[in-house]
Design a binder for this molecule. Structure first.
Ligand SMILES: [Zn+2]
Length: 466
């Protein structure tokens, strides 16, 4: 039995056209005029609606421990349900190495977390914090395990995650040899740690100091340095969660010079500023993430970079912590507030309404930023990020006229606040298929825990080779 989605407009990164889409066996069978429905086929009327490839969020942190008794509060079930309601059908999370651990043990631990719960398809970047000779050797196995990207930190020295310049360079060189794409969290770790310790010692303990001790120049410095080191190593580079003009300038310049450097930003950086960290009481803790929220000028620069193609992906860095009993760990001092914000559910609707409806982005560019671009960079195109015949049938039936409003009372995320509380807009998914299986039908949730598959990414991204 096939599913025929009839009478809609197909929107891809390359163009839009009216067509019927046929799904069979979890894949797209055909995209054409006037599909014939066979006996028993399920026919969906898409008149007036758009069909887009399912969203791909390449930066999330589900069920991520940050302390022995504290982990992000969405696991691979609640996080996937929230993602799917928001139109995201695949994501790439992070398998974080602990010092001394092998990469295999690291990946296994995270595969275990996802396994029985997953509903959308998921992959992992492996975070390397301890590049021992054994780990450098083991990197040769990563692609065979379905992992073609590694995450490297230039921040968090005191937490034992920061790499020295020689380590970062050497990892990029090894990545280049093996066809892996390095991702970088670029902030000047040593200086931030110093400023943070000084602030705490001086009694500056409220949430707003979190932004003060992590200045935009620290991000700009580390982004410039990461790009230079990656280029010295002959490696491509993907810069995660870009927030500010200085970091954007570094990425833009490298790309102009023909370097394979890619960048993403995230919704929180488009809507909020460091002033939100100074909200009365302890409210500012809800806005604590790293890098921190910046200024309105940075927001404008990020929108412009998304529109001009200086940024190639829009992801979330979804890292939800409950206000009540998790963010509150930092009531006495901001450096104890778990870093991160909940966003996995709202990525597409926010970018559609404030990007497409407000004339900043075309619908095709929206698809590129939320799905096709990341699929290409991370080597899963055209299985994902495409509506071509043979692709996985990850499809959004999108109603551009449907109104939405955001509230903690109705969101799917397992977190007790929402940064976008009270926001309203138009354009949202009304049906969501993952590999041909209907996960979301209007308000109804049909997803089954354990049906999501590990997304094996053996291929290097097309733009990473060479
Ligand atoms: Zn992150």
């Amino acid at each position: 039995m096939a599913t025929i989605i009839r009478g809609g407009t197909v929107v891809t990164a390359d163009g839009s056209f009216p067509a019927d889409v046929e799904i069979e066996g979890g894949r797209i069978r055909a995209v054409r005029d006037q599909a014939d429905a066979g006996e028993g086929d399920d026919v969906v009327d898409a008149s007036g609606l758009l069909l887009m490839p399912g969203g791909i969020d390449v930066h999330t942190h589900l069920d991520m421990p940050v302390a022995p008794d504290c982990a992000t509060c969405d696991d691979f079930y609640t996080g996937h349900r929230a993602a799917a309601f928001g139109g995201t059908t695949s994501h790439i999370d992070f398998a974080n190495q602990q010092r001394g651990d092998s990469l295999r043990a690291t990946l296994d631990r995270w595969l275990e977390r996802a396994g029985g719960k997953a509903v959308i398809d998921y992959g992992f970047h492996v975070t390397i914090v301890d590049p021992s000779p054994e780990v450098m050797d083991e990197m040769a196995s990563l692609r065979g395990w379905g992992v073609n990207s590694i995450k490297l930190f230039l921040a968090y020295k005191a937490r034992g995650m920061m790499l020295r310049n020689d380590e970062f360079f050497n990892l990029c060189r090894r990545a280049r040899e093996l066809g892996l794409l390095p991702l970088v969290h670029a902030e000047t770790g040593e200086v931030i740690d110093l400023l943070e310790q000084e602030a705490i010692a001086a009694g500056r303990t409220e949430p707003r100091w979190h932004a003060t001790v992590r200045p935009a120049l620290a991000e700009a410095e580390a982004t410039n340095r990461a790009i230079a080191l990656a280029r010295m190593a002959g490696s491509a580079l993907y810069v995660v969660h870009i927030t500010c003009q200085g970091a954007l300038a570094a990425v833009r310049q490298a790309r102009r010079e023909g370097a394979p450097v890619f960048g993403e930003s995230c919704p929180q950086y488009l809507f909020f500023t460091a002033d939100d960290l100074a909200r009365p009481g302890f409210e500012g803790a809800k806005y604590v993430c790293s890098p921190p929220l910046r200024t309105e000028a940075d927001q404008a620069a990020l929108w412009e970079a998304l529109a001009l193609g200086d940024l190639q992906a829009f992801s979330t860095d979804h890292a939800p912590f409950r206000f009540e009993d998790q963010k509150s760990r930092g009531r006495e001092r901001f450096d104890a507030i778990p870093n991160g914000v909940p966003a996995i559910e709202h990525r597409l609707v926010l970018l559609w309404h404030f990007g497409v409806n407000q004339g900043r982005l075309t619908p095709e560019h929206f698809v590129s930023l939320t799905s096709t671009g990341p699929a290409r960079i991370f080597g899963i195109y055209p299985q994902k990020g495409s509506l071509a015949p043979g692709a996985d049938a990850d499809i959004l039936l999108w109603d551009p006229a449907a109104a939405w409003s955001i509230s903690t009372a109705t969101h799917q995320m397992a977190v007790d606040y929402d940064l976008w509380e009270g926001f309203t807009g138009r354009g949202r998914p009304v049906k969501v298929w993952r590999r041909g299986e209907l996960l979301v039908d209007g308000e109804r949730w049909l997803g089954q825990a354990g049906s999501g598959q590990h997304l094996r990414r053996e291929q290097a991204g097309a733009q990473v080779q060479g």
